[in-house]
Structures are given as C-alpha cells and as structure tokens.
Write a protein that binds this ligand. Structure first.
Ligand code: GTP
Ligand code: MG
Ligand code: ZN
Length: 316
C-alpha cells in the first residue's frame, strides 16, 4: 500500500480535504479510532496538519499525523475539558478587529492575545473596514486602541478589504508564511482573503442591521495557497473569549509589556496585584502600561481563580 503525504486544507468533521504534494486534492477520512496522546480534542486532525494516508478506492484513509510545530485551540462551549483544534502549524496570527460593526471589545482582544502568547504565535492586530471610520469620535476611538496595543508591543495594521487599502502591506507580512485570520463573525475575514487575490471567491454576508453582528457565514476553517507565496487559513467567527485555559500564576507572562518588566518586581512569584514593590503596578501608575490592559489582566486572573475553585469543589 503506497503511503502518500498531504496537507489538510479543510475539515468538516468526519471528512477531510487533503492536498497532495503534486497539488491534487482528494477526500479522506480517519482510520478507525484515532486518538491523540494527552489531548482531549473533539477533532484529532486539523487544517494545517501534514498527514500520511493511503488510498482505498477513491477515498484517502489517514493513518498518521506528522508532529505539529504548534496548534491553536478553542475550548468547547460546554465548559468540559474538551478542546477543538482550529488550525495547526501556524506562523502568524492576524486578529481582525472592527471596533463598531460588529463590535469588538478590548476584553475579547486581550484574552485572545494572551492565548496566542501562551502558544507563542506572533499576532498582528488588523483593523478592518477603515473606510467606515468617518466621525471624529470613531477616529479617536481607533487611535485610543492603537495607543493601547502599540504600548503593549503589538504590530498593527489598518486595512479596508472593501476599498483594498493596506492590502499590499498585509500581503508583505504574509509572504512565505502560514497565516490565519481570526476574529468575530462579520469583521471581514473572508472578504480580506478575497482581497488578497482576484481568484479567491469566498462566501461573505452582510452583518445584521439591528445587532450589527455577523451571520457566521464561514462554518469550517479552510486553507488557501497564496499565489505570491504562503498560505492563509480563513476561520469561522469566534464568539466568546475562551481560546485557551490560562493559568493565573503565569498569566502575566502572556502580557508582553508585563513580561518585560516583571524582573523588577521584589518577589519573583509576583502576580502584580497586592504585592509591594511591584514593577508592573508602578508602570501602570506611571501610564507606561495601559490601564485597560491591566484591568483586563485582573479580570482574566480572577476568572481563572474562580474556575480553579469550582473544579476543586467538584472533585471534592
Ligand atoms: N465597509 C466595509 N465592509 C466590509 C469590509 N470588509 C468586509 N466588509 C463587509 O462585512 C461583511 C462581513 O464580511 P465577511 O467577510 O463575511 O466576514 P467574516 O469575518 O468572514 O464573517 P464569518 O465568516 O461569519 O466569521 C460583508 O458584508 C462585507 O462586505 C470593509 O473593509 N469595509
Ligand atoms: Mg467568513
Ligand atoms: Zn509585580
């Protein structure tokens, strides 16, 4: 039986679209019962995975997943320990943000960024629909966001998928890499993919007039080869924040502006809340760390603490 290598470009649950090294695409399923060591995942194989398979008639049968460089997960909504792997082998994450239509909150962004830091995946903030920022108020709000995240050390980009502004800069960042677009439904992830090359014709839909929320048009992650070199994974919109479980004791390591300052804290296990001589709190007071970021740090910290207690309670 000939073993063939392929890349998972789409996963719809039980079936996978695989691209072979010669560019040909086939449909494949998993061989029998497939389990991943130490990972309670609802889907053992994800978009971006390199796999080995063999053909059975017209179908591929996947029998091996190659080691992953990294992977991005989302926790299931039912609060079980089950996780869903959104994508594997990602070099660069683009968090697509619209401040107003649909609304994205700083809390959502900070939780997402902390999750990406936990996986050590570089993240760029992409403000899309820049053509809609018309009033002075809207422009000020955008500048406020940009000040917060530039002081945190993040790269940021303003684009309009609709008017194709900022797209060349975006493409330059993506060249030669496997990137992923994430963010709420309706922020324009699929429209952005379409803006990268005229041959892309991904489905998009208008956001609802009333709630200004997206319609979850993209339902499965899908990988596309970029004609200028590289790959892009378009993903379904994410609702909440639960990208990853964040341990409160090490949470500040996932805030770059805290990570770079905590060497100056008096206690080496400082969590930057009640401790004296804390370099992080001093930086917040001096306005060097954005107060919004610090408040969201506290909020994530306390959520995690609560969850920890609840679990302990359940176990007895
Ligand atoms: N004005 C304006 N509208 C945009 C822009 N980019 C996207 N849109 C619109 O926003 C709506 C949502 O875009 P989609 O690309 O479907 O959003 P998505 O993030 O892929 O949404 P899901 O697949 O549901 O997660 C569409 O009506 C797009 O035309 C932009 O730069 N400016
Ligand atoms: Mg989409
Ligand atoms: Zn501290």
């Amino acid at each position: 039986m000939e073993e063939i290598r392929g890349l998972v470009v789409k996963s719809t649950g039980s079936w996978y679209d695989i691209e072979k090294e010669d560019g040909q695409r086939i449909s494949a399923r998993l061989k029998g019962k497939f389990r991943l060591k130490g990972l309670k995942s609802t889907n053992p194989v994800a978009v971006g995975d390199f796999i080995r398979f063999h053909m059975e008639g017209e179908e591929g049968v996947i029998h091996t997943i190659e080691d992953r460089k990294n992977y991005i997960v989302r926790r299931s909504i039912n609060l079980s320990k089950q996780i869903q792997i959104i994508a594997a082998n990602v070099d660069l994450l683009f968090l697509v943000i619209t401040i107003d239509s649909p609304p994205t909150t700083l809390g959502f962004v900070d939780r997402f960024l902390a999750g990406a830091e936990a996986y050590r995946i570089p993240t760029v903030l992409v403000y899309n629909k820049i053509d809609l920022y018309q009033t002075a108020e809207q422009k000020e709000e955008l500048e406020r966001w940009k000040a917060i995240y530039s002081s945190a050390g993040y790269e940021q980009l303003e684009v309009s998928a609709e008017e194709k502004t900022g797209i060349e800069e975006l493409k330059a960042m993506m060249k030669g890499k496997t990137s992923i677009f994430s963010g709420h439904s309706g922020v324009g992830k699929s429209t952005l993919v379409n803006a990268l090359d005229e041959n892309f014709k991904l489905k998009t839909s208008e956001i609802s007039d009333f709630h200004k929320t997206g319609k979850h048009t993209t339902t499965f992650a899908e990988l596309f080869e970029l004609p200028f070199g590289g790959k892009i994974i378009d993903t379904p919109g994410i609702k909440g924040f639960g990208t990853v479980e964040l341990e409160s004791e090490v949470l500040s390591h996932y805030f770059p502006e805290m990570r770079s300052r905590m060497g100056g804290c008096k206690f080496n296990n400082c969590v930057h809340i009640n401790e004296p001589k804390c370099a992080v709190k001093e930086a917040v007071e001096a306005g060097e760390i954005a107060i919004e970021r610090y408040e969201n740090y506290l909020s994530i910290y306390h959520d995690d603490e609560r969850e920890h207690h609840r679990e302990k309670g359940v176990r007895g």
